[in-house]
Design a protein around this ligand. Sequence first.
Ligand code: AHR
Length: 631
Amino acid sequence: YTVAANQIKAQVSPTMYGIFFEDINMAADGGVYAELVKNRSFEFNTALAGWQQQQKNGGAGSITVVNRSDERPENPHIIKVNVTSPVGYFGLSNEGFRGMGIKKGETYSFSVMARNPLKSKTTIVVELHSAKGQIIGKAQLIPVAIGWQKYNIKFVASATENKASLFVWLKGKGAIDLDMISLFPSHTWKNRPGGLRADLVQKLADLKPGFLRFPGGCIVEGRDLANRYQWKKSIGDIDKRENIINRWNTEFGHRLTPDYYQTFGLGFMEYFLTAEDIGATPLPILNCGMACQFNTGQLVAMDKLDPYVQDALDLIEFANGGLDTKWGKLRAELGHPKPFNLKMLGVGNEQWGEQYIERWKIFTKAIKDKYPDIKIISSVGPFAGGKEFDLLNKTFRELDADILDEHYYNGPKWFLENAKRYDNYDRKGPKIFAGEYAAQSVTTGSPDNKNTLECALAEAAFMTGLERNADVVTMASYAPLFAHVDAWQWTPDLIWFDNLRSYGTPNYYVQQLFSLNKGTDVVPLLEGTEMISGRDGCYATACLDKNKKELIIKFVNSGAKSQSVVFNIEGMDIKNQATVTSLGNTDKTIVNSLDKPKAISPVDSTLAVNGKAVKLTVESYTFKVIKLKSI
Ligand code: AHR
């Protein structure tokens, strides 16, 4: 093979490899959002879902759900706990999100909104129980105020437990009103109170992503328009963020999750902050007046589209506006005077048909008139390669769209065959965002799909094609991102977790190796005059990192035979030692798991280089990244 290190073919966009975040598979509530209490504000359709009445040692009483929608339409439900017995304990327990993950020695922060209108002499006793019923943490407080007040108390857990529950006891006769019952670990990402799970955000940071796309996915669209994602309702005080039913609740999925709601504790401000923390460009996707077409497919009437468009304009002002603007000022009040430097915005997720185009045109005109530099991401639907997809593609080319969001969920074979997908693409039209993709080991939608090495290698092969065509493809992200092992609707997923642990799949490591080694400029890697894309199951790409003065070769051997390869480097003098990172195994069905999180993970080595020829063996089912330093 020849690598012409002095012939720049294309620049690699700094945003090339990024993250697709969606609250599916309990990625947000029950996942990265570190709140341990499920249904903390009693807003699920069944107001006491996740809660159970409890009594011990002769305690007695009743719990009533009170609706105060006139006073607080966005958070109407509270509970009134009447303790009728002067002895014992009466109260309720919360099961968490498939249990609560508790760590020995960690400090936990319990908080509650309470009022004591009758001035009862009642104490709130908080206990953490292990799955076997042992008390592994305890604290108490006295709610003295007649009106609503927030009470906080911290305590340290005495044991580690994956399936703990929280008991909130009331001791002493009286009547106390409660709302927003919450429990957080003190140690969160950047130790922000009420923040995000540090181990999960760290996994995102370790990808060094170019962008963070949020908040989805189909949840942008919602099951119906009333339950679409509305960013303005996801910022500010958490008790004012209106809860809705999640698009992924119950009816689609192999593990039913009737208890799947969105509290928006992870809202747009948190998304923007996380993107900033991990050095990713923020990429919000907004509802375009269409509910999920795989669900109710509700449409807003064209003459009622204005508020949706206004949401988009206001979001740009929220992200980028000065302190003299309404939404920029609000951003500052929420703690971030500096702009978030928003450059891109998605209009609709996986939408298609005439209805999408007519709504898209109105959004695009309004956004471009006011913010001509903002790039708009347009959906080309879910059916890559189908009739609808071709039609949308053609229409968006005619409409001079900026960036098209293509999605591919297919078998590994499709990914191997499509490594050449962009080699002969129209260079003059819109750029491509490979916005959602994942190789499916069984078939799309199968609950038996696994994150196998075979799938990861097929994605790596496909990504060599994305990188080789970096002049057309400017962004790419695997999807979905997260999945709770006990509460998922969709598989495969990039990162799996339970209440205490998490692991990256082989697919995660492929994403990471591409992202950490993306380079700055693509150079030709040829076999004779041909690109290496499929012969003997091999796929490759090469790029320079001008900043690090490195030549980076990515080589995928998806086949069962090992390959001896020689790269002749032209146009660059290289040092006599290369570094090689390998991800591979003789068994292509191997997966990672909570117990074996690194069964497949990258292994680093060095390679002696003689002159301009780089010789190495690429074993079967292996992806290698070879880095050569310029002299
Ligand atoms: O990634 C899971 C889902 O796949 C997304 O919500 C949707 O955009 C696509 O259909």
